[in-house]
Design a protein around this ligand. Structure first.
Ligand SMILES: [Zn+2]
Length: 102
């Protein structure tokens, strides 16, 4: 009985993987053909909480306790108004602003 049950689950898993590939391909085609109309860019930083690393007592290899400070990692998100695709990035680029010099 467990063998046939396992076999049924394997078959179902294979079928679901095929369905997933099909849905992924269909969705990718829709998103690729969309001339995206991006909505507002939302700043959504990732917060990394600080923590303390306790001291390790191991004879001559002892390490004192120390604190790892928390930090904020910049992240931005945008959503297409037409197809709903959501993109997020943590990358930035420099912007050169030209202004008249008198
Ligand atoms: Zn789109």
């Amino acid at each position: 009985m467990p063998k046939s049950q396992a076999e049924a689950l394997r078959n179902r898993r294979a079928d679901l993987k095929r369905q997933l590939r099909s849905v992924d391909a269909e969705l990718e085609a829709i998103e690729r053909s969309c001339d995206h109309d991006w909505g507002a860019v939302v700043f959504d930083p990732v917060i990394h909480r600080g923590y303390r690393v306790e001291a390790v007592e191991a004879g001559s290899d002892s390490t004192p306790a120390y604190d790892v400070p928390g930090r904020q990692e910049s992240r931005w998100r945008r959503r297409c108004r037409k197809c709903g695709r959501v993109e997020e990035t943590k990358q930035t680029e420099e912007e050169v602003v030209k202004k008249p010099r008198w």
